[in-house]
Ligand binder design. Structure first.
Ligand code: BTN
Length: 257
């Protein structure tokens, strides 16, 4: 069972997670927050012990054992609604990385656009979704799945999964981890307001692929080049000879040297 009191004691935010909704089972915390008219408070967090239709990027499934991990979504519906969405995604990736580094001293790598890795294995994924009206974004939902205490991951995956328990060799407190992630996320959003460049730099400092030869898979297209940089909106800049191209989405992998 998730101990809401233990989580609440450690929560040190102004608005993120102040409206906290806990649920045993939902289809997807992202879908519920996006669709619900009842949960509208800026910064509301919905945590579910189990998702029957947890989703990842590109409509992939997000599979997570019941009660062992963290699967939750954060609603943003005020001043960030027009902000560059990719940078909010970066704020969340960095928040998860900082929490894992601070609490368990593990070396975390961020992989563009939304993966959090330890020893090249996936520890967490982030899925940002939004609702627009007349081309204006009115609601952003930041969905985060963190593999916390799951001991093993049967099945086939694009990136091999791992958990904090597997890397840290101990069962850890989900309550402490969630409050730490939310504290960091709010801090990062505040940094983003003042200095988007700082957020890009924090993200880049945890990326191990910049400057490397990479392969980008966009649906059925493959692009090869060098991971040159991240632009001011959080997009990847791919260098192919003298040419530079912006990559808006896709899966990035390292190429054999
Ligand atoms: C990815 O790695 O592609 C992103 C995975 C995001 C999973 C989280 S779990 C909570 C939230 N609800 C969902 O259905 N998905 C996100």
């Amino acid at each position: 069972m998730f101990n809401i009191e233990e989580f609440d004691i450690k929560l040190d935010t102004d608005y993120i997670g102040r409206n906290f909704i806990y649920s045993d089972e939902v289809e997807s915390t992202n879908s519920l927050l996006l669709q619900s008219k009842d949960f509208n408070q800026d910064g509301a967090v919905l945590l579910a012990e189990f998702q029957t239709q947890g989703r990842g990027r590109k409509n992939r499934e997000w599979i997570s054992n019941s009660g062992q991990n963290l699967t939750f979504s954060i609603l943003l519906n005020s001043e960030f609604k027009d902000h560059k969405i990719n940078l909010i995604n970066f704020c969340a990736c960095i928040a998860v990385a900082q929490a894992i580094e601070n609490l368990y001293q593990l070396d975390v790598e961020l992989k563009w656009p939304n993966d959090v890795l330890i020893h090249k294995r996936k520890i967490a994924g982030i899925l940002l979704e939004s609702i627009s009206k007349a081309s204006k974004i009115v609601k952003v939902v930041v969905g985060i799945g963190i593999n916390v205490n799951q001991p093993n991951f049967p099945g086939k995956f694009d990136i091999v999964p791992t958990s904090i328990r597997k890397e840290f060799h101990e069962i850890v407190s989900r309550e402490k981890l969630l409050s730490e992630v939310l504290n960091n996320f709010e801090t990062n959003l505040n940094i983003l307001k003042k200095s988007p460049k700082k957020i890009i730099d924090l993200w880049k400092s945890r990326s191990k692929m910049i400057g490397e030869k990479i392969k980008i898979v966009e649906d059925d297209k493959i692009k090869l080049g060098i991971f040159d940089d991240i632009d001011e909106n959080g997009f990847l800049i791919l260098k192919q000879g003298d040419k530079k191209e912006k990559i808006y989405y896709g899966d990035v992998g390292l190429r054999e040297r």
